[in-house]
Write a protein that binds this ligand. Sequence first.
Ligand SMILES: Nc1ncnc2c1ncn2[C@@H]1O[C@H](COP(=O)(O)OP(=O)(O)OP(=O)(O)O)[C@@H](O)[C@H]1O
Length: 200
Amino acid sequence: MSEAALRLSGIACARGGRLLFRGVDLHLEAGGSALLRGPNGIGKSSLMRICAGLLREAAGTVERHGQIAMADERLALDLEQPLMQALSFWARLDGADAAALDGALAAMALMPLHDAPVRMLSTGQRKRAALARVIASGAVIWLLDEPGNGLDDASLALLGRCVEAHLAGGGIVLAASHQPLPLRAPVLLDLAAYGVEEAA
Ligand SMILES: Nc1ncnc2c1ncn2[C@@H]1O[C@H](COP(=O)(O)OP(=O)(O)OP(=O)(O)O)[C@@H](O)[C@H]1O
């Protein structure tokens, strides 16, 4: 994990033919975290997708060293499957073993729900499941888009512990959030400072 890095240089982003922001630089090395802020529509999720390689930057360069896992508003779990089975699908793709999956479920306090069909999970339980998927992946770079949405205080504290352990192990975390997150001394990146047009 020690060589993990995520480096953005001069990133610009366009969506639907409209330039949202430009000139974004962010360098995160092993153990580094950043908190992305800015008003609705400024492009936080879009920047996350650029970091993940799911959206092409309009300008600039993205350097990634290490596997990436992202949790955003898409649950990406089969609603009809029991939670454990749905998460196992991703664990197999990510090359994660059973112990990693068990550890992630325990870390997000999901063990009592491992047989529950995903469609029956509450909003906060679904969010914890999405976070467990990232934790189990073993990826070194975590991209967390609004990870606190729907989480109660206890679950937020669990998230904080997982993030802390990940960073202590040489991981990287980039999070976007409108609410305070339990991140210790993250780099703060306010996209409003890079906006090109007024966000809708
Ligand atoms: N597929 C798309 N095609 C065109 N425009 C899009 C697409 N997806 C998002 N947009 C637009 O890009 C802009 C940025 O969206 P994005 O979701 O990145 O913002 P955000 O900062 O994450 O917002 P929020 O705080 O509401 O989550 C918005 O104006 C949105 O309408």
